[in-house]
Design a protein. Structure first.
Length: 510
């Protein structure tokens, strides 16, 4: 069957988007592929079509629950039942059930942690794995903005599964990071597909503002005037709540906040309401967005700027997935510059905390030779480490050979190792500060902003859009509402969840 016919039959699309067909052909000819595609560039077609042609299982590694769930739902929507996800949403019993019938599946989505489980790998070995997909592959590189140590262990899983074809996908990576992906996965015979990450339908505006009060007023007028739906990014949980509250107090309807500190159910609900157009505006931290498949977001406003360009591009890339005109506005004031620094510092454990953690570990180890990860993590909390810190230290201990069978060895907890960890923290911090500096330089740029960020990715502007950036010139009235938008009433979240699950009907409340 021709690839185009399969595309139409399965997905209802008449033609491939740029790059998709070439990637598929390379995979079918037995090559490994590392591909950079723009956000919303149709990554899933690149593995689903070969998946249908190859006889065997497709494994998709994904870093985030919401991303996984979204892709599973997409496949189910096109009638694919042979799909399962392995993550914390599934009970142990559900997972075992899938593994018992592994032959009946075509697509398995799993977290990188799951692929370290010998039990899981053993079950996968019973079937032929034809394609191993690494989504958000920039997480492999420790120089990426979103490094996940568990991604570096994927090479082992690929080997264990008999070296199936590998497809590594990312929407944001420099050349150095693409090379890191190839090295870390141990890939040979690799085709590199590089497609412009430029999204000409997103206009880019950076606006200098003097005071906080003025900034809030500017935000309000944008939210009142711009065609929605829209997303507002800010730097903290506190701000995401405060801005939503402030907008509501000014009479803006259909606003909600979202951040990582909220209950899982509440977060899912807000995502769902936003996707269903029940909410017009989400005020959120960077926790919002990945795996949210919403094509008609018309604007993204940064109330605070992120600590690196990669995050900025990922966040503005959530606008205009339908290809229609959209705008990204960044509101910049002098007081904003301290925020990303404190975010960066909080991401890594400082020397004091590392020292305290080591001393607590040694005390608890007096009677033993080893300590389990679970116990060590618990001790870490007492030492003031949060989850991200603990993951970093655990990864370093593993790299340094201080771990055996999932336990930390007492004998390995030397002051030398402690020093190496501190040095690694410093390396990582310096890398993050460099990225922050690149972001700040970009904010100060005096030439086309689009060209400036594309250059960082060795990319070029495809064409000059009518509305490019504030430096080339933008007519903001093109993005204003033509008619006053109305949003559906939104209830307290428990009620909304009941409505969503069909336990109550909306008219019971109206
Ligand atoms: Zn421009």
């Amino acid at each position: 069957m021709k690839l185009e016919n399969l595309l139409y039959e399965k997905f209802g699309y008449a033609a491939f988007r740029a790059g998709q067909k070439e990637i598929i052909q390379d995979l079918l000819s037995g090559k490994n592929v590392v591909a950079m595609l723009p956000t919303g560039g149709g990554k899933s077609v690149c593995y689903q079509i070969p998946g249908y042609i190859m006889d065997g299982l497709v494994i998709v590694v994904s870093p985030l629950l919401s991303l996984m769930e979204d892709q599973v739902n997409q496949l189910r929507l096109i009638g694919e039942k042979r799909v399962a996800a392995f993550n914390s949403f599934r009970t142990m019993e559900e997972k075992k059930e899938v593994l018992r019938n592994i032959e009946a599946y075509k697509f398995i989505f799993a977290s990188p942690e799951m692929l370290q489980s010998p039990f899981f790998l053993q079950a996968l070995k019973r079937v032929k794995v034809s394609l191993f997909v690494v989504d958000e592959a920039h997480c492999i590189s420790q120089w990426g903005f979103d490094f996940r140590p568990d991604y570096q262990k994927l090479q082992h899983a690929v080997r264990q599964l008999g070296n199936p074809a590998v497809l590594a996908l990312t929407a944001t990576a420099t050349k150095k990071i693409l090379q890191d992906i190839i090295d870390s996965l141990g890939l040979s015979d690799t085709a590199l597909h590089f497609h412009s990450i430029d999204r000409p339908n997103i206009a880019i505006q950076v606006e200098g503002i003097d005071t906080l009060e003025e900034k809030k007023m500017r935000l309000l007028s944008y939210v009142k005037e711009l065609q929605g739906p829209g997303i507002i990014y800010c730097s903290s949980r506190f701000w995401s709540e405060a801005l939503a509250e402030g907008l509501r107090a000014e009479g803006v309807e259909g606003v909600s906040h979202y951040h990582g500190g909220m209950e899982q159910e509440e977060r899912m609900l807000i995502q769902q309401q936003f996707i269903n157009n029940q909410l017009r505006v989400i005020s959120c931290t960077s926790a919002f967005g990945m795996g949210i498949n919403k094509s008609n977001v018309r604007y993204v406003i940064h109330f605070h700027y992120p600590a690196n360009i990669e995050s900025y591009l990922q966040e503005i890339g959530r606008a205009g997935r339908d290809g229609k005109d959209s705008i990204a506005v960044l509101l910049l004031s002098g007081a904003d510059h301290d925020l990303p620094v404190s975010i960066i510092q909080d991401e890594l454990p400082d020397q004091k905390r590392v020292a305290y953690f080591f001393s607590l570990l040694k005390k608890s180890l007096l009677q033993r030779d080893t300590i389990s990860f679970a116990d060590a993590e618990y001790i870490g909390i007492a030492a003031g480490l949060h989850e991200q810190h603990w993951r970093f230290i655990r990864y370093q201990l593993e790299e340094l050979g201080a771990v055996q069978d999932g336990c930390i060895l007492v004998s390995a907890l030397s002051s030398e190792i402690q020093q190496i960890i501190n040095d690694k923290v410093l390396d990582r911090l310096n890398n993050k500060y460099e990225k922050l500096q690149a972001m700040r330089n970009w904010l100060q740029t005096l030439t086309c902003r689009r060209e400036a960020f594309l250059r960082l990715f060795h990319d070029k502007k495809q064409k000059q859009p009518k509305n490019c950036c504030d430096i080339c010139g933008i007519d903001v009235t093109d993005y204003k509402q033509i008619q006053k938008e109305k949003s559906m009433p939104v209830y307290e979240w428990k009620t909304e969840l009941q409505l969503l699950l069909g336990m109550k009907r909306r008219w019971d409340y109206e």
